[in-house]
Design a protein around this ligand. Sequence first.
Ligand code: URA
Length: 260
Amino acid sequence: MQERLQKILASAGLASRRAAETMITEGRVTVNGKVVTELGTKADPDSDKITLDGKPVSVSKKRVYLVLNKPAGYVTTLSDPSGRPVVTELIKDIKERVFPVGRLDFNTEGLLLLTNDGEWANKLAHPSHEVEKEYLVKIRGDLSGDKIALLSEGIKLDDGMTAPAKVGIIRVLEKNVWFTIVIHEGRFRQVRRMCEALGLPLVKLKRIRYGNILLDDLKPGEYRVLAPSDAKLLAGTDNKHSATEERKPFKRQRPGSGKR
Ligand code: URA
């Protein structure tokens, strides 16, 4: 069946559909020996010979969804020109080639989804989907009520106002405050920039929830396989359960199941 090339590349788990479009316009894709840069171009993955960077593209039917606890000090791109460690190096025994859904900064830890399902990644990344992401934040100094109100109601950043967020104080210590913040936008370095805008020195940032998926007890560098039914649930509408407040039960992985 003929399909758009970007959809074929996404289905092959090579990138999200948007990133696949860039690969095409960069002239990295050929169909039957000819470079194709036109975005509307269709091909049949069963009968046409499609290559990316000279390597054949094969559409695997098996979809894989992983939840990784990303350690600080890893990049979420597939390769890094300056040679820093990349998150996919942590995935050892999964045959399928997976890529990260969205990104976490080099120094941010916590929940990162990886998949070979470009359509699913695309759906989650779409702004209309508004998937909640919950972060655990440690700052130096204290957090005044005024600043909590600003974080919650919206702050002016250089790319516009942030949408309302939910803030929960976890622990107030002599020199630090730990709090959680739930946002649903996916702007670049959003939490760090929100803290910077308020003069809050950020010490640690960890994502603990993505929609209804919790980090749970995964240690840094560990990952578990997400059941396709849970992945589908995440791409649906029921994706707003706090990691730190009481929430409706949802189907979790059995302890240890699929955990590596
Ligand atoms: N906000 C940030 O500032 N960094 C991340 O990695 C994720 C959210």
